[in-house]
Design a binder for this molecule. Structure first.
Ligand SMILES: [Zn+2]
Length: 453
């Protein structure tokens, strides 16, 4: 008994420094890992801000992070089990109490990485976040991604293997055209999307102004949100980020059944992409169109129907459109942008985003009108016309860009439809038809070289 008392006293004495420091000790709320080819993010959410130092070690590559004011806890240990075997960057995680107040996390890396470590203040449902982003040493070029997506085995069985070499040839051509200015119009190819080719015209030479499509069309598809940013969440728990990714991937497959079309996904997995990066990726591949896919919530569960938005160069066309733009533009706050790293090209980006977008908006309205017309055939529209507001993701000055709110996920009926693969297919059909109709009326011009960022 006496022994236990003294042990108890000893424990109390040993605990004393901890007790004194209790005011500055953080508790872990959650740990999350978001693996992706672009970059892998590790988030440690805590009830108070965490201060971390880090260093890299070579052979083998490791990232060592020391977090001050923290004790090892089961919550933090969960990190070990959250790293998946196929994570492109992290091979494994070790955590230990390095000193009484410092926890050390060692990330064993699969490749040399350029880490970004930063903190995020509480926002939306999140408390304080400490974020480690593991980027590749050399940023993946979206153009390369575009090519690699085609080198993968075809997703659908119907794609014959014989088609693969044709696709590769076409890609070779695409790359050459992006690398150098498009040659003068030569042999006209069939219209880009329309199913039935028109009767062959007489073989007399075309005037140089003929908008002959002799090149591939690149479409940027942008599933909204992702990773730390779930977007809106439906009454039964369906997340906007998941449903828009599913629709985006289906739409890619649908569009690419046309051999003249290549699709760049701004994200093809569950990770967060800052709004400016979405625009930058589309510009890097000189996309002909940019389609951002969403399924948002509204205050009242009664709100229903699809909407299509384009950029406004002045005031929004309605209070609801302005509200929606503000909501979408807040994605960076929830998703978590490393402001320190982003500011280095802030001036260039600001100049880009402020460029005159009059022509872009004109084309975007045409595209939006076609898409709205097709979506109206499969369900209710929220508003019968294309709305305009200052959406940050629609600001590529040279790419017709629309943001489609496919439905209100906050409406229980629409949430159910969004979850239904058949409805997703109908939605994909409508989006693809709208895009096809736009190209039928507005064939793409010869590709011009433009500044890339
Ligand atoms: Zn959204």
């Amino acid at each position: 008994m006496k022994r236990r008392t003294s042990l108890g006293l000893l424990a109390l004495l040993l605990k004393a420094p901890d007790t004194l420091a209790a005011g500055s000790q953080a508790s872990i709320v959650a740990v999350r890992v978001w693996p992706a080819t672009d970059y892998t993010r590790v988030t440690i959410e805590s009830d108070r801000p965490l201060a971390a130092k880090h260093f890299l070690v070579d052979s083998p590559h490791r990232l060592v992070i020391d977090i001050d004011g923290l004790s090892l806890s089961p919550g933090l240990r969960e990190l070990i089990g959250k790293v998946k075997a196929d994570d492109p960057y992290i091979a494994g995680v070790r955590v230990g109490q390095n000193t009484p107040t410092v926890v050390r996390i060692v990330l064993d890396l699969k490749q040399a990485a350029a880490p970004q470590i930063f903190t995020l203040a509480p926002v939306a449902a999140y408390q304080h976040r400490l974020v480690f982003d593991l980027h590749p040493k050399v940023e993946t070029d979206p153009l390369v991604t575009l090519v690699q997506d085609h080198d993968k085995p075809p997703a659908a069985a119907r794609r014959a293997e014989a088609a693969a070499s044709a696709v590769n040839d076409a890609l070779e051509e695409l790359i050459q055209k992006i690398e150098r200015p498009a040659p003068p119009a030569a042999v006209p190819a069939p219209p880009p999307v329309a199913a039935a080719p028109k009767p062959a015209p007489a073989p007399d030479p075309k005037p140089p102004t003929a908008a002959a499509v002799d090149r591939l069309i690149v479409i940027a598809l942008d599933p909204g949100h992702g990773g730390e940013d779930p977007g809106a969440v439906g009454p039964s728990g369906l997340k906007e980020k998941d449903v828009v990714l599913a629709v985006g991937l289906k739409l890619r497959e649908r569009l690419q059944t046309n051999p003249n079309i290549r699709v760049l996904m701004t994200r093809d997995a569950d990770f967060f992409v800052p709004l400016q990066d979405r625009v930058r990726k589309a510009r890097r591949v000189q996309a002909d169109l940019f389609v951002s896919i969403h399924a948002d919530a509204f205050f009242t569960p009664q709100a229903r129907g699809a909407s299509v938005f384009v950029l406004s160069d002045g005031a929004a066309t309605s209070a609801a459109a302005r509200w929606m733009a503000n909501k979408e533009n807040a994605a960076d706050m929830v998703g978590g942008v490393n402001v320190g790293a982003a500011t280095k090209d802030a001036n260039v980006l600001r100049a880009l985003l402020d460029m005159s977008t009059t022509a872009q908006i004109k084309d975007s309205l045409k595209l939006g009108g076609e898409v709205l017309g097709q979506i109206g055939k499969i369900g209710k529209l929220h508003k019968p016309r294309v709305e305009q507001a200052g959406f940050a993701v629609l600001k590529a000055p040279d790419i017709p860009s629309i943001l489609v709110e496919t439905a209100f996920i906050s409406n229980p009926e629409e949430e159910k439809k969004l979850r239904d693969p058949d409805y997703q297919d109908r939605l994909v059909d409508a989006l693809a038809s709208g895009i096809a109709k736009y190209f039928a009326k507005n064939p793409p011009m010869a590709r011009k070289r433009s500044a890339t960022l």
